[in-house]
Ligand binder design. Structure first.
Ligand code: FAD
Length: 449
């Protein structure tokens, strides 16, 4: 790769990539548009915590950071479903094996940890408050909002869903990008800690209030608070413009939640409403000099909790392809896109599907029956069947394979629910064996309690 190597965007993708590259001896400059989040207040309302799963854990094991990450995660064993009738919430476990849990992690803590690790390599220089304005591909030059310019030999665009680097590739005709905006938005709210400290809800579950057309979820933070997110159609948000309406809405739809958050209406009206989109791009690189990674290459909706996991898995794939073609970055970038594009497409679709599952499926009798049957069949045939959620969250098989296997399994499960006399064991035994886990996907990588 030609130097100087520049990465734009110090989110999970850009910062992790800088660590991978520094490990191989490269000197890197990481440009981040915002100030250093380790020394400034993070703005409320921007997905404060994230669910970390196997595909995100493996790259962190690879770069030797997993023990430090362990200290800032909270395991979640299943979905705690809060029904509309106010009955006792019920836990739907994610898996039948003890390590099949996902982990709540603060975005700011994780990004801060990655920045510390990048700087500790001695090869990564981070420039904060360096907002990229444009890329001159002919002159190999970056220009910033403050008027500065900087040359690059190799440029990685890790600047998120609204990537300026991608925009430069699109303008040049190298890349085609299509953004599908969802007609639903999101709003973040905070459940405060209990009076004497501690959590007001079970911290070891992902709480969900499914209401058919919309839903509320909540993930625990180590400080005793929860970050909750309301996902709903824009029309619902439009109707919630004053204190009285917001209070009425929460009392009617989420009474147990509203009782825990006395200032719910104030928070609701003060916090921004975020938009959600799927961005599919083709042509992630340019002449072996520029490549996109993370949300800049593939942005998905958050309903499978996979955007960051996908981004970090892609960073590791990019690093592997660069190692496989050390003197030919153009071939490495092409191989990286050929490998990751079908998987990004697959998880983009599964993430959209999972919105329907979370907001309606988890309380649908057929869905619950299929899920129970899947876990049961998995116990009997662990080498042949794994529920879709588990293949996405707890395996490292390509997402496209998970999607295709899930479709075949779905057919068997539908038939099994409809006809209890069917010999399901024979059908499942006919499915091809599940692939091995990545050797770095250690079940004990993160604490389970
Ligand atoms: C509500 C919500 C919940 C989510 N929950 C989950 C979850 O549970 N699990 C999960 O895996 N994923 C989740 N995601 C997705 C996840 O947040 C993203 O996929 C992931 O953060 C992408 O990382 P990234 O580094 O590619 O991009 P980003 O994290 O967006 O980082 C991009 C960086 O580039 C910087 N930047 C942008 N433009 C410029 C510029 N012009 N110049 C310089 N710097 C710039 C930004 O400041 C930022 O630091 C969620 C997303 C949302 C919206």
């Amino acid at each position: 790769m030609k130097g100087p190597i520049a990465i734009v965007g110090a989110g999970q993708a850009g910062t992790l990539l800088s660590v991978f590259l520094a490990r191989r001896g490269h000197e890197v400059v990481l440009y981040e548009g915002r100030p250093d989040l380790r020394t400034t207040e993070v703005v409320a309302g921007r997905s404060i915590n994230l669910a970390l799963a196997t595909r995100g854990i493996v790259p962190l094991v690879d770069v030797g950071l997993i023990d430090r990450v362990d200290a800032i995660t909270i395991p979640m064993r299943g979905r705690m479903v809060h029904a509309a009738d106010g009955s006792e919430p019920t836990l739907q476990p994610y898996g039948s094996r003890p390590h099949e849990v996902i982990h709540s992690i603060s975005r700011a803590d994780l990004n801060g940890l990655l920045l510390d690790a990048a700087e500790a390599t001695g090869r990564v220089r981070v420039e904060f408050s360096a907002e990229l304005k444009g890329v001159d591909l002919d002159r190999s030059e970056l220009s910033f909002a403050d008027g500065r310019t900087a040359p690059f030999g190799t440029l990685f665009g890790a600047d998120g869903a609204g990537s300026r680097v991608r925009a430069a590739l699109v303008d040049h005709g190298t890349c085609r990008a299509i953004t599908d905006r969802l007609d639903h938005g999101y709003k973040e709210l905070t459940v405060p800690p209990a009076a004497g400290g501690g959590h007001r809800l079970d911290p070891n579950a992902l709480h969900v209030w499914p209401r058919g057309g919309f839903m509320l979820i909540a993930l625990a933070n180590p400080g005793g608070d929860f970050t909750a997110t309301l996902f709903a159609p824009w029309a619902t948000f439009d109707g919630l413009a004053d204190v009285a309406n917001v209070r009425r809405f929460f009392a009617a739809e989420f009474a147990d939640f509203a009782a825990l958050v006395p200032d719910v209406a104030d928070q609701f009206l003060a916090n921004p409403t975020g938009s959600l989109a799927t961005m599919r791009a083709t042509g992630w690189s340019h002449e072996g000099r520029v490549a996109l990674v993370g949300d800049a290459a593939h942005a998905i909706v958050p309903f499978h909790g996979q955007g960051m996991n996908l981004a970090m898995e892609s960073v590791r794939a990019l690093d592997r392809n660069l190692r496989d073609h050390p003197d030919d970055p153009a071939t490495a970038f092409a191989a990286y896109e050929a490998e990751r594009k079908p998987d990004a497409e697959a998880i983009a679709d599964m993430a959209l599907d999972n919105y329907v599952e979370m907001r309606a499926g988890v309380v649908d009798a057929d869905h619950v029956a299929r899920r129970g049957l899947a876990l049961d069949l998995e116990r009997r045939h662990p080498a042949h069947l794994s529920p879709r959620y588990n293949m996405v969250m707890f395996s490292t098989m390509p997402y496209a394979e998970a999607r295709d296997r899930a479709a075949a399994q779905h057919e068997i499960l539908c038939r099994g629910v409809a006809d209890p006399t069917l010999d399901l064991d024979a059908l499942v035994a006919d499915l091809p064996p599940l692939p091995e886990l990545d050797p770095l996907a250690r079940p004990d990588a993160l604490s389970l309690a």
